[in-house]
Ligand binder design. Sequence first.
Ligand code: PEP
Ligand code: MN
Length: 370
Amino acid sequence: MLVILHPNIDENSAAFQTTWTHLENLPRIRIQKHEVQGRQQKLTEIYLIGDTKRLSLEAIAALPAVERVVRISEEYRILGRHQDEQRAIGFDYNGIHFDQDTLVIFAGLCAVDTKEHVEAMLRALRENGQTCTRMGAYKPRTNPYSFQGHGKGCLPYVFELAGKYGIKVIAIEVTHENHLEEIDQCLAQAGEPTGVMMQIGTRNTQNFELLKAIGRQKKYPVLLKRGFGISLAESLNAAEYLASEGNSNVVFCLRGMKNSFAEPHRNMVDFSHVPVVKRLTRMPVCIDPSHSVGSRDRAPDGILDIFHTTAQGVIAGANMILVDFHPEPAKALVDGPQALLLEELPLFLADIDIARQAYLQRLQLSKKGA
Ligand code: PEP
Ligand code: MN
């Protein structure tokens, strides 16, 4: 059961204390508080966990601090929808808004290799009006002898250059909770010139201790990749781990499923699940066409497979795109074969715009039909 308190409730008020004491003393019920800081107000939600069937919804709704009570029948207690369309969806971070209606593009390097490549990438983004990017510093590699990423060594110049080129949010994968501290320290030392979205990769989707550690902090939003070989429900539960620890500013990323039938693509593209994730949860949905397709192959119509799959995700309502670019793919230390070229960025953005307009038209059409 979900108990939503009046917005901006003061925890020292008599109304809050009476309500909290009442809920705390309900037999065989555990309570968990979750706070959501919106643009204008702070929302406090209390989750009642346990034998809630015999509780009276009306009696709880009558408590002084309570605005509404919602019976939760489905999974994903915090991130789910529960037929409750009134609860806010999405969040703001460093001037960028993420929700299930917007579309934000994170084009950038799969892995940071040289400062020059970072600068060339960021310059191209600025020239094309982009304010978000991806920059891998900690790379989880299949082979222990492969390049593992520059780690914290590259963060000072990445952050400094991000500030110089007006980047607001950088998606950076973290594979250990220490990376969170390193990023936090480097950002502070650089004077917080940009923001970071903590990316949890597909190899760590069910690394529960990492999820808990990243979920315990609320400063940085999280981009959680779908696990490549587990069910959608298992991946959504992984997202719920982040929320249950306190951080519900989570974007869920579809990146394809490992499956031999996916060949010649690297993974089986799963962007038809964009509307499914939106229906099951309140998370904005990201697509990663680069790690799904894994190559620069082109269809006979002349369009790259990466462009085609991106359009498929966008026309289905995707809210974020994470995509690999590189100024010199032949010199890239990770995933060069799937990188788009900086010269292709304007074309890529224009192609996305066509698919986005088509999605918006489909929305209008569906509203007319409803
Ligand atoms: C990445 O985005 O750099 C990455 C490693 O992706 P994934 O975790 O989806 O393989
Ligand atoms: Mn990669």
